[in-house]
Design a protein around this ligand. Structure first.
Ligand code: MF3
Ligand code: CO
Length: 251
């Protein structure tokens, strides 16, 4: 069932989104060779607690951490761990903030020190593909318009789109209807309506799009060992168009 949120629900999610965006800006300052994803995870839990919020992912379907931390060939749902990040790595930090019952979800890929040119391009294209998807998220458009925009752009740049994980409706729980694939055909799928709150979160690979599951039954990684990046925002469909609730420019 697809729900449309009340203005009260949307403003609660907006507050959660602002806190999440500010948390990502703090993480950006911490990322450097030598830091561990466990330290980042602990930082996030503390930061959210200090601001009266909690990490909604912790305990969700048994997921054990506040954040997902996916390094290099890990696509998503990587476990934070005690291994140090090294220069040239990339790491995607994904989290869902719960502030007074309002949820927001945003993932960001960070470069650790200097990364090679191909990796730089992977990050640029992945981020740009997110914004190309968001542009399509207007009342009256169809879900396929979002995926089509993302896929056409990312594949045109020589990268591939992960097909096993999608964006989703969000609030009052993390994953709600509808699914938002990051690939597809324009003009297909259900119509977007004012008041719907969804995530768009393309995972883009430098090599093949296929994924395989780790033995922890959570972490997905590329089958060919190529790198994978991801940027995710939570957005609300408004009369005026898509509004990003997790925008880092506004905090
Ligand atoms: N933030 C993730 C998403 O974008 C949700 C991960 S659920 C978890 O869909 F349990 F892995 F945390
Ligand atoms: Co997420």
């Amino acid at each position: 069932m697809i729900t449309r949120k009340s203005s009260r629900e949307i403003s609660m999610m907006e507050e959660a989104g602002k806190l999440l965006a500010s948390c990502h800006k703090e993480i950006a300052k911490l990322i450097q060779p030598g830091i561990t994803t466990k330290e980042i995870d602990e930082f996030v839990e503390g930061y959210l607690a200090k601001h009266g919020a909690t990490a909604e992912q912790k305990g969700y379907n048994g997921y054990p951490y506040a954040t997902c931390a996916s390094v290099n060939d890990e696509i998503c749902h990587g476990f934070p761990r005690e291994e140090q990040l090294v220069e040239g790595d990339i790491v995607t930090i994904d989290m869902v903030v719960n502030l007074n019952g309002g949820l927001a979800d945003s993932a960001w890929t960070y470069a650790v020190g200097n990364v090679d040119e191909k990796t730089k391009r992977l990050l640029e294209v992945t981020k740009e593909s997110l914004y190309k998807g968001i542009e399509q998220a207007k009342a009256g458009s169809r879900i396929g318009d979002i995926g089509h925009a993302i896929q056409t752009y990312a594949e045109g740049e020589g990268f591939s789109v992960v097909k096993d994980f999608t964006g989703h409706g969000i609030g009052p729980t993390i994953h709600e209807d509808p699914h938002i694939p990051h690939f597809g055909e324009a003009g297909k799928g259900i119509r977007l309506k004012e008041g719907m709150v969804v995530t768009i979160e393309p995972m883009i690979n430098e090599g093949a799009w296929q994924s395989k599951m780790d033995s922890n039954n959570w972490t997905a990684r590329t089958t060919d060992g190529g790198r994978s990046a991801q940027y995710e925002h939570t957005i609300v469909i408004t009369k005026e168009g898509p509004k990003i609730l997790t925008d880092q420019e506004n905090v």
